[in-house]
Design a protein around this ligand. Sequence first.
Ligand SMILES: *Cc1c(COP(=O)(O)O)cnc(C)c1O
Length: 405
Amino acid sequence: MQPSIVRTSTADLYDAHVLKNYARAALTLVRGRGSLVWDDQGRQFLDFTSGIAVNALGHCHPHWVAAIQRQAGELIHTSNLFRNSNQAELARRLVGYAGPGRVFFCNSGAEANEALLKLARLHGMRKAGGEEGKCYQVICAKQAFHGRTFGGMSATPQEKIQKGFRPMTPGFVFGELNNLASFEALIDESTAAIFVETIQGEGGVNPCTSDFLHGLRRLCDQHNLLLMLDEVQCGIGRTGSFYAFEHVGVRPDAIGMAKGLGGGFPIGAIWVGERAADLFQPGSHGTTFGGTPLACAAALAVLDVLERERLMENVRLNSVRWHADLRQLVADFPKQVVGVRGQGYMVGVQMVAEPPAYVAALREAGLLAPPAGGNVIRLLPPLTATVAELEQSVNLLRGVLASRT
Ligand SMILES: *Cc1c(COP(=O)(O)O)cnc(C)c1O
């Protein structure tokens, strides 16, 4: 008897069985190599979405693939009830980048930020002499994005994120990004921490200015607050330094990371500086999956390649010309392009019109680039992207803009 062959397309299966919380592109990706991906029709795309700033080494970097394969055959998961050497080594490497302190591993950006928000509460309790519920406010920025958990959502003051899910978690107030006075005005004895993205990603690639970050550091020192930086999107080499805050020389008390850290394997982490590293005590926080031997092997391979192939140096050097070429588009298409923002391989091209039509046209032309808030098209190449690939992205953008004048 012939088995019945069910001819149902991936698109049909999504339509029938996957929750509708995403407006997905009509594109089924099947294979990737470096900066390129291919769909099930054999079409090739220059992938400057990079899994939303995740695929730091591009697709299937051989060193990273080999590390995952090797570790998968050795030991994949053990829980955090035992030690594993990869977690220990990754913590050592991250402390090397961030400075004296300690690291906790989880599985995503939202989870990393959730841990930071819990850290802020513990700091507030200590600040209030051990009394709970007196000092717990966290000051965040308007247009921020910190994730989809209740803590992350509550720190993300956007209607499209919060709508339908209220009431939010109490304890969040919001200042204007790069307006220090607006943050200072929100500080009172209930304030425990200030929490911002060093460069806002989803909000439209909005960098904190150097003055603003140094001002926040000063306010935190004056009022005994934690300065916590969300580097989930802008961290791990994306801007040409390991952390984006290094460009301005500010020292945070805690850092959230995820996206690029595993190069495509899910992992998140927080680093907590010495001053606050003793706040989490046994039993106060945890996760079943965080810091598995496999996830940490993937992240260690990312750091190996980042260092060996001098990717951050490449990002710094290559982005000078790339940014200049992108800015030329503002001059050449003033009716369509408002401006170009960002640092290194994290760039936002602000458009006059809403980006979805452009994002679709770019995809048709062969470039995958995600939109962001404020009419922005984001360009997030893998850190391995070459000068030729950066040039190609500009040419593809130029072609789409020219076809719409
Ligand atoms: C993506 C992102 C998050 C959320 O990370 P998930 O892994 O999707 O939970 C949080 N903060 C910033 C800045 C992000 O870009």
